[in-house]
Design a protein around this ligand. Structure first.
Ligand code: NAD
Length: 469
């Protein structure tokens, strides 16, 4: 099947006169036209969502869950079409932890939101008095998402919000609207009219949505900078916020770790989605005794990884999604070079593959204080930093303004003690970035606040209410 002939793409793409051309991330060729929604369209969407929400909230959890299960089945039965849209628009390859994985994940997370139970909690019971905590819908939820895992991250926001009886206005990234509109189109084949509305607009539309007086909650995933803007605008509408922001996840390889056994997992911890993942390993601290072995093993794996277009069955790494991200990555590696770092492999574009391909890159002999270590690279580059004292590595890992995920590699008992001292939303041991729809996920410090997934995620899109008898 070719994405250009997909019925799903045809259902969401508009005519060239009415739409914005969306480039294939690998080739730059137009793959479809995204609708251009304005602030006026947004106003209309919020009003429609507001009026549809009352009926949706009046249904039981069981009814809403049943509809969401049907939506999950719909996504599953069109997963290949959805995956091909994602692979083209965002650029991640179909295979590996790529576009098919993302499309399948959408169905998994929708089903999970449907199946997770959230019973009233007994708070107090004595002497004829009983207090219970119930969760009621908030109203209209704004779901504002980024371009890196476009469909999956939008679903993380949309599915729990719907399950709890909210209506949702979803604003995808201006770089990946088609992936999100496609999954919304599939869900809307089963949802009542207007409880889920996709608005494909630019940053101004996003800002208007988050500041809107008729929005009760903003689920935001994106950069720390935009997160701060949303906090400011929430002073006016008092919208509750879940902020999943940027990360600069550290990993610490302990002395005695089995390098050969761990190398592949280390690599994918950093290079999943060609490094364009919030909770990817972004700076790796390796004990002196293993330093050269780890650097060599990572370089070997990086050199063997097929890089290519999203739609190619052979690729496991793809292009940078946007020209801007390509420039950020190139600039950070060039800056590291100027500061004396050693580029062990990669360190250059791959123009023969397309305009925004960058070879998987391992950078050694680099220290904190260099931008590639201190800033989020969000691309296929891993700086590897040498340490000799574990205390020092913990201190450096914790020094960042961001604290989303982290990982510790080596003997599990020792790693657990180190993990307890790391500041972050999640600390993985001998793995990095694995997510589970039942296990809450979120950040601290500049990586934001609030939790997604499981019962914690349902509570985040609901208002607690105490009933005392
Ligand atoms: P971004 O902040 O530029 O944009 C995210 C979304 O916000 C887009 O839809 C955009 O149109 C919208 N937006 C822009 N300005 C806005 C405003 N003033 N008010 C409301 N909405 C506005 O982020 P990006 O470049 O799309 O995404 C990359 C970033 O996202 C990285 O930093 C990455 O680490 C982070 N991210 C975090 C997580 C997480 O779970 N913590 C997951 C994925 C990505």
């Amino acid at each position: 099947m070719n994405a250009q002939t997909s019925a799903l793409l045809d259902a969401i793409t508009v005519t060239p006169e009415r739409g914005r051309p969306m480039p294939d991330a690998a080739t730059g060729e137009v793959m479809g036209y995204a609708p251009v929604h304005t602030v006026a369209d947004l106003e209309d969407a919020i009003a429609r969502a507001r009026s549809a929400q009352t009926g949706w909230a009046a249904r039981t959890h069981a009814e809403r869950s049943e509809i969401l299960r049907r939506a999950a089945e719909e996504v599953e039965s069109h997963a290949e079409e959805l995956a091909r849209i994602i692979a083209q628009e965002q650029g991640k390859p179909l295979n590996g932890a790529g576009a098919r994985f993302e499309a399948g994940g959408c169905a998994v997370w929708i089903r999970n939101a449907a199946d997770t139970t959230l019973e009233p909690e007994l708070l107090f019971e004595a002497e004829g008095s009983r207090s219970e905590l119930h969760y009621m819908p908030l109203g209209v939820v704004a779901a504002i998402s980024p371009w890196n895992w476009p469909a999956l991250i939008a679903i993380w926001q949309i599915a729990p919000a719907l399950r709890m009886g909210n209506a949702v206005v979803a604003k995808p990234s201006e770089y990946t609207p088609l992936s999100v509109l496609a999954v919304i189109e599939l869900m809307n084949r089963h949802l009542p009219e207007d409880v889920l509305i996709g608005i494909s607009g630019d940053r101004e539309v996003g800002a208007t949505l988050s500041a809107h007086p008729d929005v009760d909650k903003v689920m935001f995933t994106g950069s720390t900078r935009t997160g701060r803007e949303i906090v400011k605008s929430s002073a006016a509408n008092l919208a509750r916020l879940t902020l999943e922001l940027g990360g600069n996840d550290p990993g610490i390889v302990l002395p005695g770790a089995d390098v050969e056994a761990l190398a592949e997992k280390l690599f994918w911890g950093a290079f999943i989605n060609t490094g364009q993942t919030c909770a990817a390993l972004k700076r790796l601290y390796v004990h002196d005794s293993l330093y050269e072995d780890v650097v060599a093993a990572l370089a070997r794996i990086a050199e063997a990884m097929p890089l290519g277009a999203g739609l190619s069955e052979e690729s496991v790494l793809g292009p940078l999604s946007t020209p801007q991200q390509f420039e950020i990555v190139r600039d950070l590696v060039d800056d590291a070079r100027v500061h004396g770092a050693r580029v062990v492999t990669g360190g250059e574009a791959a123009p023969e593959l397309g305009p925004h391909f960058y070879r998987p890159t391992i950078v050694a002999d680099i220290e904190d204080g260099v931008r590639l270590v201190d800033e989020e690279q969000f691309g296929p580059v891993l700086p590897v930093i040498r340490y000799s004292d574990v205390e020092d590595a913990i201190e450096r890992a914790n020094a960042s303004d961001q604290a989303l995920g982290a990982s510790v590699w080596g003997d599990t008992k020792v790693a657990l003690r180190v993990a307890e001292r790391i500041v972050g939303g999640t600390v993985w041991i001998n793995q990095h970035g694995t997510l589970n729809p039942l296990v809450p996920f979120g950040g601290v410090k500049g990586s934001g606040y609030g939790l997604e997934f499981g019962a914690h995620g349902l509570k985040a899109v609901a208002a607690p209410k105490v009933i005392t008898v």
